[in-house]
Design a protein around this ligand. Structure first.
Ligand code: GDP
Length: 323
């Protein structure tokens, strides 16, 4: 993996949880660690039993540290559930699963936040102890909370996502706190830096994982101004989401449930869009939206798949050059 712009220029990857973390791992494995910054969505964060839980940051950290549970897509591998069992036995809420090992991170984070640390301080510290060498940062240190507009009313994201298993029909989203939230200062510094090589929008849920980052004050404007290429990888393959409610949300929002639909969502922002071989037939229509298209395998099953998609995406971005 030599010769692409990534070895000289800084890459910013915008990530949610499971899909984003897969590509982030691929990027981290093929790039010099000082050249990559992963920005994690924090609009899924919530407080449960008084604990500050950051699901997307944790999925990224666990994935990069090779601690993640590949079956669930969240939490840690080899987890035990004594705490949850005891909680249920006491009549406490059990709809949000907290494994024993995972719990240690939430307790430690909450404790550090209560002592005055910022979320990015804690994230950096946890990344360090987990042996992660790339920068992982929350999109903001200020609270932003996704609220899901549904046929059943307005639901906090985790109630919709976990408690109600994404069953309510979605009509829209609202990011509570977004107006007052400051994007992470290092994110803004990287975005205006001359060293910026590309911005990669990972194959994450466009509505609830990526949009909160894009809606932070100033981010969209800086992205529109930047001369660095912006490339998104489609989380939709053959009209389906690999995991999670992205496809269901698109249908309920009246959008085409396809890579084309995702490309339409990002069309004002991206220079390049990566689609799966399965979606080759829609390349021309996506190009007609005003972006270049790369067709490759985007389903990441193995570690090699993650590295190959990361390399192809970086090379594609480098080929788009400055605009
Ligand atoms: P969440 O916050 O845990 O829901 O995670 P993300 O928003 O990062 O990821 C959810 C999205 O990742 C879904 O829309 C999936 O379709 C997508 N995804 C998961 N695995 C893959 C994969 O291997 N390839 C691609 N292209 N998308 C994937």
């Amino acid at each position: 993996m030599t010769g692409h712009a990534a070895s000289r220029e800084h890459i910013i990857a915008l990530s949610g949880g499971v899909g984003g973390a897969k590509l982030a791992l691929g990027l981290a494995r093929i790039m010099p660690s000082e050249s990559l910054t992963i920005i994690a969505n924090t609009a899924d964060d919530f407080v449960h039993f008084g604990l500050h839980i950051s699901p997307d940051i944790d999925t990224v950290l666990y994935t990069l540290a090779d601690l993640a549970n590949p079956e669930t897509g969240w939490g840690r591998r080899g987890e035990t559930w004594e705490f949850m069992g005891a909680m249920g036995g006491l009549g406490g809420e059990t709809w949000f699963n907290l494994g024993d090992r995972d719990l240690a991170l939430h307790v430690l984070r909450t404790n550090k936040l209560n002592q005055g640390a910022t979320l990015s301080d804690v994230t950096a510290e946890m990344a360090h102890v987990m042996g992660i060498h790339v920068d992982v940062m929350p999109m903001s240190n200020d609270p932003v909370r996704t609220m899901v507009r549904t046929g059943d009313g307005l639901l906090p994201f985790q109630h919709y996502f976990v408690r109600d298993r994404c069953e309510p029909s979605v009509t829209g989203f609202y990011f509570d706190g977004i107006d007052g939230a400051r994007p992470h200062p290092k994110l803004m510094r990287h975005l205006i830096s001359r060293d910026l090589g590309a911005i990669i929008i990972c194959p994450s849920n466009p509505f609830v994982s990526v949009d909160p980052i894009l809606q932070l004050n100033g981010v969209r404007n800086v992205l529109k101004e930047t001369s660095a290429p912006i490339v998104a990888v489609s989380p939709i393959i053959g009209g389906r989401a690999i995991k999670g409610p992205a496809a269901k949300m698109m249908k309920e929002l009246g959008m085409p449930v396809s890579a084309l639909g995702v490309a339409g969502f990002y069309k004002d922002l991206v220079d390049g869009f990566v689609i799966d071989e399965e979606d080759e037939a829609s390349a021309a229509e996506i190009e007609a939206l005003g972006m270049s298209v790369l067709i490759t395998r985007t389903f990441m099953q193995s570690l090699e798949d993650r590295e190959a998609l990361a390399a192809a995406t970086l090379e594609f971005a480098a080929s788009l050059g400055k605009h």
